[in-house]
Design a protein around this ligand. Structure first.
Ligand code: ZN
Length: 411
């Protein structure tokens, strides 16, 4: 089976994770277990040992054919984003001739060249696209297919050198719960890579430091006709607070390494209001400054309204894995070298979000993220070039080979 065959097979499984599932339901969508079981069986059919634990995590081992190399972990997630339907995905392989790609017969959905200038790189190439009714699921079934094809390739070609490889397929990444029950110690890898990034060549090891900010505002409701000097409208108090956050530090005004405050949800009215914020910064010290500013602003606005109106809290969510990964520079250097050996220009991008690798890095498995080759994740315009799927398998073969060669040279 080729990497393309595998990819097309895996996207036929509906595995949309469910953000509304209760904590006790894991995986959040039991359908994820169907693909996870199929992956376990496929690995066993290759003659390798595979396990599936009570949470659905599938792990497997490819024994080393070279002594002394570190144990490398390779991870990908099986769920797809709840943002768009992932049921009855009908992928199509097209040869791209240039111009906009019309996805559906009605012509309502297209991948336009104006929004997707990188399409110019793929003229004359085969692309896997949707029919406009669903997402594609390259995030992250491309990563799953690439890792599975790596295993098959190494088994079929025993002359390719590699240390012990541990593989993990996980559920619920898209709802931020991918590593909730993942046992890093039991996995037993020295270093890892998630294969869950975008366009071919991406290497990611810097993500946001993240915190959640909350406001509980208590107002005083009085008939508006006789409210002078008495009413404290929780919505007005909130508006004063929100106006105190710098306009230039919102997601729509920032990029690259720039951090932000974002109000995520507000509920309430005159008497009470709850607001949830997310606070992000690549720099840990600057995240601390942002958290402190959030709290001091709440205090200032509260005092201006006479006190006792605003309860503000901040809580850390996750941290930038760069602090961990930078202690093991070979992780990024070897990933770059493996890409260059396959004719791919590596690009190190800061992630404006989080990743499973961030949590794993802080739990003892330093774990940068590699490209899958897919583009436009979480939408109907998602697509992946066939060549990118194939090249990522070569990149992984080279990557495990680099660690094996370093071991052979006693480095
Ligand atoms: Zn993903």
């Amino acid at each position: 089976m080729t990497v393309v065959d595998r990819f097309l097979k895996y996207v036929s499984y509906p595995t949309t994770s469910n953000p509304h599932a209760d904590e006790a339901t894991y995986p959040s969508n039991p359908e994820e277990l169907v693909l996870l079981s199929a992956l376990k069986e496929e690995i066993e059919a290759m003659g390798l040992q595979a396990d599936m634990d009570e949470y659905g995590y599938v792990t497997a081992t490819l024994p080393a054919n070279v002594e002394g190399a570190p144990v490398l972990g390779l991870l990908a997630h099986v769920d797809t984003s709840p943002a768009v339907s992932g049921r009855e995905i009908r992928p199509r392989i097209i040869r791209y001739a240039g111009g906009d790609i019309v996805l559906d017969t009605a012509g309502e959905h297209k991948i336009g060249t104006a929004d997707n200038p990188e399409l110019a790189h793929y003229i004359g190439k085969e692309l896997i696209v949707t029919d406009g009714s669903t997402l594609l699921g390259a995030d992250d079934k491309a990563g799953v297919a690439e890792i599975m094809t790596l295993l098959a390739t190494l088994l079929e070609n025993p002359s390719l050198p590699h240390g012990k490889i541990r593989v993990a397929f996980t559920p619920d990444e898209e709802i931020g719960r991918g590593t909730d029950h993942f046992d890093v110690a039991k996995f037993g890898a020295d270093f890892g890579y998630t294969v869950d990034g975008g366009e071919l060549g991406e290497i990611e090891y810097e993500n946001f430091n993240a915190a959640a900010g909350e406001l509980h505002i208590t107002g005083v409701s009085v008939h508006p006709g006789s409210a002078k000097g008495k009413m404290k409208n929780a919505v007005d108090i909130f508006a004063d607070f929100h106006a105190g956050l710098p306009r230039a530090e919102r997601p729509d005004a920032t990029k690259g390494y720039e951090g932000f405050y974002m109000v995520d949800e507000i509920t309430g009215g005159v008497e009470s209001l709850h607001a949830a914020y997310i606070i992000r910064d690549h720099d840990r010290a600057r995240l601390e400054e942002r958290k402190a500013y959030f709290l001091s602003l709440a205090k200032r606005v509260d005092e201006a309204w006479g006190g006792g109106c605003i309860q503000a809290t901040v809580k850390d969510s996750y941290y930038n894995m760069a602090e961990i990964v930078k202690k093991h520079p070979h992780l990024v250097e070897n990933a770059k070298a493996a890409m260059l050996a396959c004719g791919v220009e590596p690009r190190v991008n800061p992630i404006r979000g989080g990743t499973d690798g961030a949590r794993l890095s802080y739990e003892g498995l330093p774990c940068p993220n590699l490209s899958t080759g897919g583009l436009n994740f979480h939408g109907r315009q998602e697509y992946i070039p066939v060549k990118s799927l194939e090249t990522m398998v070569d990149v992984l073969v080279h990557l495990v080979g680099l660690y094996a060669k370093e071991a052979a040279h006693g480095i």
